[in-house]
Design a protein around this ligand. Structure first.
Ligand SMILES: [Zn+2]
Length: 252
């Protein structure tokens, strides 16, 4: 029988059952097991782990745990993500393109609103989500821990909140997105980049007040949805202000 001690740091504790939070846990197991397997058997998907330290040495997920090991598991953050390769020197190494699990439609619309490429369908099967994540180097966003624990998933994030606005804040914080927004450039319905369009060519599609008060329009070349800086835009601007304020409070 092997016995080791493991501590989860900071926000990773929220993913543990209450009785196991904020303390050193003693684990015992038969046979040699990788640190990745042990971490995940305690309910923490590998995508949530940024740094592993065993007996004061940095290790990777393949490390086989020895009896007597003292293990520290740090959460993944932009400045602490040595394991996935998603960040280098605090900067993302890939474009922040996402794929979202079913039931995250509102979050997908918010991400698109901020200009981020967010693939979403409400009928993706788990296998499809995993495949697209791998094939297209997208970051998988889900509330399903088992899905994130799949071996093939390299980039992902476990959504904590149930509230879409808080979910956006989580994503912005986790992937340091505040400086990368290009609001109003992507179709909320189908994720396609928008194109400017002359008002005259779409006059027949506009309500009288829209026709009167707005001059600049964009269209989605895929679904033909027309956008202008109306109430949607004001809502988005308020959300941007709140997000930036929240980021500052985090010290990011
Ligand atoms: Zn569209």
């Amino acid at each position: 029988m092997f016995v080791a001690n493991i501590s989860f740091l900071n926000e990773l504790n929220n993913l543990l059952p209450k009785r196991k939070r904020s303390q050193e846990l003693t684990i015992s197991f038969k046979g040699r097991q990788s640190i990745k397997h042990i971490t995940e058997s305690l309910g923490i998907p590998h995508t949530e782990v940024g740094l592993l330290i065993v007996n004061e040495q940095i290790v990777d997920f393949k490390y086989l745990v020895q009896s007597g090991d003292i293990i520290l598991v740090h959460p993944a953050r932009p400045d602490l993500d040595s394991l996935s390769g998603l960040f280098r020197d605090g900067k993302l190494t890939i474009k922040p393109r996402f794929i979202l699990d079913n039931h995250l439609g509102k979050l997908a619309a918010y991400l698109r609103m901020f200009g981020f490429d967010a693939a979403y369908r409400n009928d993706y099967q788990d296998d499809e989500l995993a495949q697209v994540t791998v094939d297209h180097n997208r970051i998988l966003l889900t509330r399903d821990r088992q899905l994130l624990m799949r071996k093939t998933i390299r980039f992902g994030y476990l959504i904590r909140s149930l509230d879409p606005e808080n979910q956006v804040q989580e994503i912005f914080r986790r992937f340091d997105l505040t400086g990368q927004m290009t609001p109003f450039h992507r179709c909320l319905r189908c994720n396609n980049p928008l194109k400017p369009i002359e008002k005259e060519t779409i006059l027949h599609r506009l309500q009288p007040l829209t026709k009167k008060y707005f001059q600049e329009f964009q269209i989605c070349p895929n679904c033909q949805q027309v956008y202008w800086k109306g109430s949607h835009y004001e809502h988005m601007e308020r959300l941007v202000t709140r997000l930036v304020a929240a980021s500052k409070n985090d010290g990011l």
